[in-house]
Write a protein that binds this ligand. Structure first.
Ligand code: PMP
Length: 450
């Protein structure tokens, strides 16, 4: 038995992995990783895997990035963590200052939590609590979009809409108002993304008009519904939504957990609609993919609504033990330094074009219904019938076949159902993108034949 095999065996004896039917590992090998360098992961037998999904969309500048490594080593010698109530530290302050600087104008307050779902919970609670503090306790409902995803904790799951994750737990979840979304995969032939997004907004407008008195906030993934099969829409939807939320006095929560930090081509997706949400949830890329941390950015209006004498009991008492963890915050500071010092958003423009170029051939593939791209996110929708867009039955698990094939060729692609996507670290080279596209092509060929 080699080291890979013995670690896999020990793992399967004691561990329970996320988002996994563990029974699959009777046939799928568990892959123990020895080290990561740049876009490459390496196992104990020297096999290398190109991390085309940025390890669940978190990694931005490669594994073992020298700038983030150095910052963390320095932080480790000074402070690993300190209680974040009554105490503070420089890395938390610096990161908050930088986030206020780079997020849309008007977001002047930063509340830390430790993962994306927790950030969503914070935003939902803050929104409801704001209205309560304002003497409007009837605003208890949330509006969400069809096909949305906001995390796995019960509140976050309730405002999500992907049946695979939600249905089992439905009896445990709060009621939400779900509005048909602007997912442009469903637009008519000849209809533009913007036209479809505007048309679909009418349903949101009607819902807001009808429920304004009882709705606290609308929560949305700006531009790309990532876990919902990388479905995309036009920024005009966000612009209209901001206007309508103002009109009906409903908060707008922008969940940029997945799309933030450059994924859509701008540092934040909301920039493309030139809007400022009332709450912006950030995580994943926040630490460059190093450590769990999240932040909810909000406005002074929100902050002031909680600021009063203690005896009024209007404070936001939500807390997590690891709030503002010093190592995580320092990784966040180092990550934003890389963006600023290396002009990453500018540099990514040519990478985005290269992604478009390498994926061009997929448009004509007989089992590809759509190739869509928003910035650094590119998705290829595999279907059974290109003309009718009839999907492959999910039970056939075509995506897993692509996954397995790609692994055998040294690429980590992890399709969402029948959607193969690229969401690579920003240090990927043109040659690596060409390799990635070739392996994806062969993987799809393999999967559609099987
Ligand atoms: N919101 C969005 C938009 C996400 O994509 C995710 C995770 N994929 C989350 C929230 C939840 O983040 P976490 O997994 O860190 O809890």
């Amino acid at each position: 038995m080699n080291i890979n095999q013995s670690l896999a065996q020990r793992d399967l004896a004691v561990l329970w992995h996320p988002c996994t039917q563990m029974h699959d590992h009777e046939t799928l090998p568990m892959i123990p990783i020895k080290k990561g360098r740049g876009v490459w992961l390496e196992d104990f037998e020297g096999n290398r895997y190109l991390d085309a999904v940025s390890s669940w969309w978190v990694n931005l500048f490669g594994h073992a990035n020298s700038h983030i490594n150095a910052a963390l080593k320095d932080q480790l010698d000074h402070l690993e963590h300190v209680i974040f109530a009554g105490f503070t530290h420089e890395s938390a302050i610096k990161l908050a200052e930088k986030l206020v600087e780079v997020t849309p104008i008007g977001l002047t307050r930063c509340f830390y939590a430790d993962n994306g779902s927790a950030a969503v919970e914070v935003a939902l609670k803050m929104s409801f609590h704001y209205w309560r503090n304002q003497g409007r306790p009837a605003k208890t409902k949330f509006i969400t979009l069809e096909n949305s995803y906001h995390g796995e904790t019960l509140g976050a799951l309730a405002v999500g809409n992907v049946p695979l994750y939600k249905e089992t737990y439905a009896p445990l979840l709060m009621d939400v108002i779900t509005v048909p979304g602007p997912d442009c995969y469903h637009r008519e032939v000849g209809e533009s993304w913007a036209e479809y997004s505007i048309r679909r907004f009418e349903l949101m407008e009607q819902t807001l008009q009808q429920h304004a008195d009882t709705v606290s906030a609308v929560i949305i993934e700006p531009l790309v519904q990532c876990a919902g099969s990388m479905r995309m829409y036009d920024a005009v939807y966000l612009k209209l939504l901001r206007e309508a939320c103002d009109k009906y006095q409903v908060h707008l929560i922008a969940d940029e957990v997945a799309v933030g930090f450059g994924r859509t081509g701008t540092l934040f997706a909301c920039e493309q609609a030139a809007i400022t949400p009332d709450f912006m949830c950030l995580s994943k890329g926040l630490t460059g993919g190093y450590l769990p941390l999240s932040a909810v950015m909000t406005t002074d209006v929100m902050y002031q609504a909680f600021y009063d004498d203690y005896v009024k009991l209007s404070a936001f008492l939500h807390s997590h033990s690891y709030t503002g963890n010093a190592l995580a915050c320092r990784a966040g500071v180092a990550t934003l330094e890389i963006f600023q010092q290396q002009g990453i958003i500018e540099k990514n423009r040519s990478l985005i074009q290269t992604m478009t170029k390498v994926a061009a051939r997929f448009h004509d593939h007989p089992h590809v219904a759509e190739v869509r791209q928003t910035g650094m996110i590119l998705a290829i929708e595999m279907v059974k019938n290109k003309a009718t867009r009839e999907p492959y039955p999910w039970q056939e698990r075509r995506g897993i076949k692509v996954y397995q094939y790609a692994l055998s060729k040294g690429v980590l692609l992890r399709p969402l159902g029948n959607v193969v996507y690229f969401m690579p670290p920003y240090i990927i080279t043109e040659e690596e993108l060409i390799l990635l596209a070739e392996v994806a092509w062969q993987g799809i060929q393999h999967a559609v034949k099987a």
